[in-house]
Every structure is written in structure tokens, then in C-alpha cells.
Design a protein around this ligand. Sequence first.
Ligand code: FES
Length: 155
Amino acid sequence: SKRSYHEKVLDHYNNPRNVGSMGKGDNDVGTGLVGAPACGDVMKLQIKVDPNDNTISDVKFKTFGCGSAIASSSYLTELVRGMTLEQAGRIKNTEIAKELCLPPVKLHCSMLAEDAIKSAISNYYTKNPKAKATDLGGTGAAMPEIEIEKVSATA
Ligand code: FES
């Protein structure tokens, strides 16, 4: 049976998955820290990467923000575990918003989660430039940049 928006958001809000931190200085950890200027909410997302196959072996978050932002980041951590960096980098906030049935006014909360995973991946690639070449098949294609502007579009 289909669960309602409130149930899913409240479930992640009341029982957030994978809350915590990892060693920011560790070479196999990528850290993303993003904020939504409109509301002041901040999300930190960290991924631990298995260098053998570029998959995400662990993920932690800390979100100082609204319930929808906390739910979005909690759901995201479940989603990206086991994914390759390339797969995780393609996650769209609309997937998160759809899963949690977020209303339009809360879309920017899910955008914060999309920006956070992209930022974490980007940080990992900065630390491990060779991983990027391998992961992208050596094409040298650029990772999407964080667009903080996007999250400030709605209040
Ligand atoms: Fe700003 Fe949800 S992240 S209100």
C-alpha cells in the first residue's frame, strides 16, 4: 500500500538513517557541505569510497535544517550506499522529492541533498584525481558543479 507524504518524511525525520561524521582528512572520504541561503539550512554529507571499484561503501550526514531537508538527506544516504560515484552523481533532487512526496514549496530541501552528494563526490575526486579518470572512462568529463543559487530559488 502506498504510504503518505507525511509518513515517509516523518519516518526519516524521527529515525534518520546514517547520522554522523567520518574523518574529513581521510583520503577515502569525500565531504560535501552545502547551504540554502534562503532558509539558512545546512547539510553535510560524507561518503567513504572503495578505491577498488569506486563504489560508496559508507555514508554519513548531518543536517541542520527543516524536516524535509533531514528526510531528504536520510533517504539519500540509503539510496547511494553501494552505488558507483558515477551513478550517485546522476541522482536528481526530483527522484528524492518524488519518493518523499515533497510539495513544490519543499523542492529546494531535496535540492540541498542533490547538491550535497555532488559536493561530496567532487571533494573525493579532488583528493583522488586518478579515481575520476577511471570512473569516467578516462573521458575527462567534468562533474557537475554545485549550484548554490538553485537552492535559494524558493523559500
Ligand atoms: Fe530550507 Fe527545507 S531546506 S526549508
